[in-house]
Design a protein around this ligand. Structure first.
Ligand code: GLP
Length: 237
């Protein structure tokens, strides 16, 4: 595990963007695993800046996103598809057909999970997976529970996650109660993992995840076993 501590959100974003940019330059048709939430926004802004300066080309890049709320389609501005279009895809020359987000409107979530994992396999796996971390230690939407769940699957969101994510909705009542998320198997299979965390409020859970016991009660703790994990954090006050 490599840990980079930065002083500011901007510095964290810059360092994270550098790793993603290096991957795109080294392998123009790489598969990047992407995350949503407020943490990666600055990273995506930096990538857009380099694209606008002519330094990055997304034309051959493929992407897979971690998760999507159940019941929302890409037209909804609270969906993760909308988030990705808005913060990254519509601002660079990526081919939208090469961008993938789980289908939150799938009638059969189990079949959707199988489709998504098969898709990731058919792309040759993920070269670099970006992750944020939830206050309860979730990654993607893998919530604390009795066991690590490997495949892409549907989850019931933890009340604390519903509360934390309600800031993006009119009220907590509007937050979907379920989501489809890449499982711990998909995340751990990525060749590189890049975990980013921002804000003093994330420090405690980040320390638990990186240095505490490996337990499904803190899903991110499994990352301790990943052979190529980089953590970039701006969590010190
Ligand atoms: C959501 C996403 C996670 C993300 C988390 C933290 O629950 N599913 O992928 O890491 O939020 O979000 P933030 O970066 O806004 O704290």
């Amino acid at each position: 595990m490599k840990v980079i501590c930065t002083k500011t959100y901007e510095e964290m974003s810059y360092e994270a963007a550098k790793l993603l940019a290096a991957q795109i330059v080294l392998r123009p048709n790489c598969v990047i695993g992407l995350a949503t939430g407020s943490t990666p926004i600055g990273t995506y802004d930096q990538l857009v800046k380099w694209y606008e300066e002519g330094r990055l080309d997304f034309s051959a890049v493929r992407s897979v996103n971690l998760d999507e709320y159940c019941g929302l389609d890409g037209e909804s501005d609270q969906s993760y598809r909308w988030f990705m279009d808005h913060h990254l895809f519509d601002r660079v020359n990526i081919n939208k057909a090469n961008t993938n987000v789980p289908n939150g409107k799938a009638a059969d979530p189990e079949a959707e999970g199988e489709r998504y994992d098969a898709l990731i396999q058919s792309l040759g796996g993920v070269d670099i997976q970006v992750l944020g971390i939830g206050y309860d230690g979730h990654i993607g939407f893998n919530e604390p529970g009795p066991a690590f769940v490997k495949p892409t699957h549907m989850v019931d969101l933890d009340p604390s996650t519903i509360e934390a994510n309600s800031r993006f909705f009119a009220s907590a009542d509007d937050v979907p109660r379920q989501a489809i998320t890449m499982g711990m198997g998909g995340i751990m299979s990525a060749r590189k993992v890049l975990l980013i965390a921002n804000g003093a409020g994330k420090k405690e859970i980040l320390m638990k995840a990186l240095y505490g016991p490996i337990t499904p009660e803190v899903p991110a703790s499994l990352l301790q076993l990943h052979p190529d994990l980089t953590v970039i954090s701006a969590v010190d006050e």
